[in-house]
Design a protein around this ligand. Sequence first.
Ligand SMILES: NC(=O)c1ccc[n+]([C@@H]2O[C@H](COP(=O)([O-])OP(=O)(O)OC[C@H]3O[C@@H](n4cnc5c(N)ncnc54)[C@H](O)[C@@H]3O)[C@@H](O)[C@H]2O)c1
Length: 255
Amino acid sequence: MSLNNKTIVVTGCCSGIGADFAKLARLQGARVIGIDRNDPTLSVDGFVKADLGDPKSIDTAVQQLPARVDALANIAGVPGTAPADLVGRVNYLGLRHLTHRVLDRMGEGGSVVNISSILGAEWPLRLELHRELAATRSFDEGAQWLRDHPVPQATCYQYFKEALIVWTHTQSQAVFLQRGVRMNCVAPGPVFTPILGDFVSMLGEERVQKDAHRMKRPAFSDEVAPVVAFLCDDASRWVSGINLPVDGGLASTYV
Ligand SMILES: NC(=O)c1ccc[n+]([C@@H]2O[C@H](COP(=O)([O-])OP(=O)(O)OC[C@H]3O[C@@H](n4cnc5c(N)ncnc54)[C@H](O)[C@@H]3O)[C@@H](O)[C@H]2O)c1
């Protein structure tokens, strides 16, 4: 496997999973262009500072990207301890907006990888709602739909990760057939990154304890990064429209 000579845009490259993926992709020979709201703390080949919850900031950022992009790794995200509106804008609406814009720069063999979460696993329970939201055609239309269908703060993180999985599924085949670009999700379980503590506050001690005995430990972010790399690589050229768990087997214990 090698990402040699690929141009890869990595959101959230300044911390956690995004930083580890950016490092790995560069080691494999990719040219990495990072996007983050914070200044980079690692070597990248290009960097654009942007607020991925704001469509205008995203449009300005896209103008600074190379004309040809081989892969987009949508890794930036905020935890559910942030206000629900912000979680919706960064984890879903902004991700979608950026992806639509970057798709115009991608050709046959391209790949989009979205970081979902094991916490998005209950998407089938709300499939029709997620389909409706997925059918909205722009950031503003999606934001209006969300004002008409408010999402509770307590479960907003789960809701938008579910919505992301459904959006990826509903988009992927058309994008694959029309452009030859694959779209997939990676669904991590708990990962040792700066926002792990937010997940404990968000889910509550009882739920965390309930899950604790089901897994060996949280992942390290360099255990998630190679899976993102695989989905960017040509080795996965026949993998499209999936939500791949990277959770040390945690999801399987709920069956
Ligand atoms: N850590 C976990 O346990 C875990 C589990 C499942 C899924 N995830 C998902 O993995 C992804 C990466 O999270 P992480 O754990 O590496 O977190 P992290 O906080 O270490 O990294 C998130 C990055 O996103 C950037 N970011 C946040 N809001 C932004 C905005 N508005 N504009 C631009 N950049 C912004 C941050 O600056 C940061 O660099 C997220 O989508 C998260 O939901 C994390």
